[in-house]
Design a binder for this molecule. Sequence first.
Ligand SMILES: [Zn+2]
Length: 491
Amino acid sequence: MATTETPAKTASKYEPVIGLEVHVQLLTKTKAFCACSTAFGAPPNSQVCPVCLGMPGALPVLNRQLVEFAVLASLALNCRVNETSIFARKNYFYPDLPKGYQISQYDKPLAEHGYIEIPASGGGTKRIGITRLHVEEDAGKSLHDGLPGTESATLVDLNRSGTPLIEIVSEPDISTPDEAYEYLTRLKEIILYTGVSDCNMEEGSLRCDANVSIRPIGQKEFGTKAEVKNVNSFRFIKAALEYEIVRQEELIESGGKVVQETRLYNSNEGKTYSMRSKERAHDYRYFPEPDLLPLVVDSKWKDEIAKTLPELPEARRKRMIADYQLSEQDAYTLTMTKAMADAFEGVAKTTKNPKRLANIIQTELISRLRANDLELEQSPVTMAGAAMSADLAEAGTISSKMLKELYDHAFEQKVDFPVIYEKEKPQQISDTGELEKIADEVIAANPKQVEQYRAGKKTVIAFFVGSVMKATKGKANPAMVNEILTKKLEG
Ligand SMILES: [Zn+2]
């Protein structure tokens, strides 16, 4: 039998169906229905009040900023915002849920019918539908370890209780773990651009649950799905889905049946494990929240919010390619975060060659940020510094070798480019006499290449420039070297 690199995939007679539910914590200063702070990391139970503690008789008051952020996110995700939406109680018992219910939205969510476009595997784009975007409050946190007392008990911290969330539910349009990864990457990018959340997965500001089932190719009905919960990175979600698809295939092929259940992903083992059966999934017994009026977002308010919508990543990429003659790859890298795109555009208009700046940012700046585990905001070299380096390189004042060395020094000494340039100003040889002497030596030592050049193969000049640069340990001014060599070879 002929083998291929991924025999399991090509041979499968099943296709996966994946749906994602993403919870995003909104960056409001106060909670959804009370004035308690939402700041992360405060001592346990220091940010609570009768409302978020679920005391009898306490009444919720809706946070206006929460609505504005949720509407902004809805618009950015191409959703239709419903003029009237209804808050509902989602009833269940859990130790970190003192009220015994979460305020959420059910049959009348804030927004519906959105989509995100992701790159399709065969080129072009694929549209992944968003069923709904609704608003809800978070529960508290159960602390099982790491604190005094947790060796014998579980502690409850209610600081998070009542923190505002949006839940974004995708259509089951996702067909592969790679598409799930792309969808999540785009979703996070878009939300970050709107500024309504920091999407920090470590602090739980972005959480993802994935529903996955398989069905024989060609079959319309969905198979029984399993839900993989609380995976804390996109890479792990992809890995969990890959594992789960194979597990379900093997189960069905061996005559078994997939049961509807919640499964947890163990990233150390790369496996999912059954957590609880979900047969009683419909027992939340939602009903309209009697303490809150219907939420009305009229067109006037919606339009006001829409005015604050920034240019979104996809549109920005297209514009930047046109404005600065960038490649798609350049534009993609530079728009990965809004901060990066803003910083680049802040200097691109005044720099001599924005394309060169884009290259330097990718080859010199981003690579070093990654190696040092730094964010752009923590970079010793600012965007203005990068622009200066690009201009110097463009003018031929510094060679690419020097450029690299200067960036190395800037990162080692944690100073910006202008500072390091002033300090280490390359001992560049700009003495014409000295360079002419070296040029003569190089020409004399390579008669064959001289012959080629004079026979019309002008590209050989690069060989000579390179040889002079080598002889001067990269310290010659490349523009001058080029000029001198051309003169000599032509003459
Ligand atoms: Zn409170």
